[in-house]
Ligand binder design. Structure first.
Ligand SMILES: CCCCCCCC(=O)SCCNC(=O)CCNC(=O)[C@H](O)C(C)(C)COP(=O)(O)OP(=O)(O)OC[C@H]1O[C@@H](n2cnc3c(N)ncnc32)[C@H](O)[C@@H]1OP(=O)(O)O
Length: 230
C-alpha cells in the first residue's frame, strides 16, 4: 500500500470513528431527555403504557450486538481517556448528567446541572450523586497531576443541600502525594455562588503496581489492543 493509500485508509477509519462517537452522543442526549421526561411526567396512565411499549421496541435492536464485561466499547480510547459510557462524564451514558471537566492550572473544574432524576430530598440532589460527582472530580485531578489511581477512601461532608435544575460548579485539587498514595480535596457549589460550599470531599487514591494493573485490567487491555489493531 502506498503512503497516500495508507493515509486515505487511516482518514476513513478516523471519520468512521468520529461519526460513531457523534451518534453515541446523540443517542445519549436522547436517552437523557427520555429519563428526564419519564421522571418529570404527569402524562395520563395510558400514555405511560404506550411509551413503555415503544421504548422496548426501540431498545431491542440495540441489544442484538452487545459487548461483554471485558470488551471495551469500540468507540472508546482508554489511553486517551475517551470513555463514552462513563456514568458521570460519558456523552453516551443515559445515566451521566453529564459532568464536563477541564483543567485550569492546578485546579480541576467541573460543571453540570442535575435534573429531577437525581433527586434525593425533594428538590435537592441525592447524597450518593454528590459523592459520585466528587469521586470523578477528585480522580480526574489525581490523574491530571500525573498520579492516576483508584479511590481507596472518599470522605464527604454535606453542608447544604445541592439544588436540582441549577448550574453547579465543582472544583478539585491535589493536596498531597506520598508514594503511591495521592490525597485530593474538592467541593460542589452553585455556579451563581461559587464561594458557598455545599459539599466538600477529601479522597485518597492509590496508584496500581504493574502486577495489580495486570490482574485487574489485563483482560480488558488485551482486547483493547485487538480492537484497535482490527
Ligand atoms: C479520570 C478518571 C476518574 C476516575 C474516578 C473514579 C475512581 C474510582 O471510582 S475507582 C473505583 C473504586 N475503587 C476501587 O474499586 C478500589 C478498590 N481497592 C483496591 O482494589 C485496592 O485497595 C488497591 C488495588 C487500589 C490498592 O491495593 P494495595 O496495593 O493492596 O493497597 P495497600 O498496599 O493496602 O495500600 C497502599 C497504600 O494506600 C493506603 N491506603 C489503602 N487504603 C486506604 C484507605 N482506605 N485510606 C487511606 N489510605 C489507604 C495504604 O495505607 C498504603 O499506604 P502506604 O504505602 O503509605 O503504606
Amino acid at each position: 500500500m502506498t503512503d497516500s493509500e495508507n493515509g486515505r485508509r487511516l482518514h476513513a477509519v478516523d471519520d468512521a470513528l468520529l461519526r460513531r462517537r457523534e451518534a453515541i452522543s446523540d443517542l445519549g442526549d436522547a436517552l437523557r431527555l427520555l429519563i428526564e421526561h419519564a421522571t418529570a411526567t404527569e402524562a395520563p396512565t395510558e400514555e405511560l403504557r404506550r411509551a413503555a411499549e415503544r421504548i422496548r421496541q426501540a431498545a431491542a435492536p440495540l441489544g442484538e450486538r452487545a459487548r461483554g464485561r471485558h470488551e471495551p466499547p469500540s468507540a472508546d480510547d482508554m489511553r486517551a481517556g475517551v470513555r463514552l459510557y462513563n456514568p458521570v462524564t460519558g456523552a453516551g451514558s443515559a445515566f451521566a448528567p453529564p459532568l464536563e471537566i477541564h483543567q485550569e492550572g492546578e485546579i480541576t473544574v467541573g460543571a453540570c446541572t442535575l435534573g429531577l432524576a437525581f433527586e434525593g430530598p425533594p428538590s435537592y440532589a441525592h447524597g450518593g450523586v454528590s459523592a459520585m460527582l466528587l469521586d470523578q472530580m477528585l480522580g480526574y485531578a489525581a490523574g491530571a497531576s500525573g498520579n492516576p489511581g483508584m479511590t481507596v477512601r472518599l470522605d464527604t461532608g454535606y453542608r447544604r443541600p445541592v439544588p436540582l435544575l441549577t448550574p453547579l460548579r465543582l472544583t478539585a485539587e491535589v493536596v498531597d502525594v506520598d508514594g503511591r498514595r495521592v490525597t485530593v480535596a474538592g467541593s460542589i457549589a452553585t455556579a451563581a455562588e461559587p464561594g458557598e460550599i455545599l459539599v466538600a470531599a477529601t479522597g485518597v487514591f492509590v496508584g496500581l503496581r504493574a502486577e495489580q494493573a495486570r490482574r485487574l485490567f489485563g483482560a480488558i487491555a488485551g482486547r483493547g489492543e485487538e480492537s484497535r489493531a482490527g
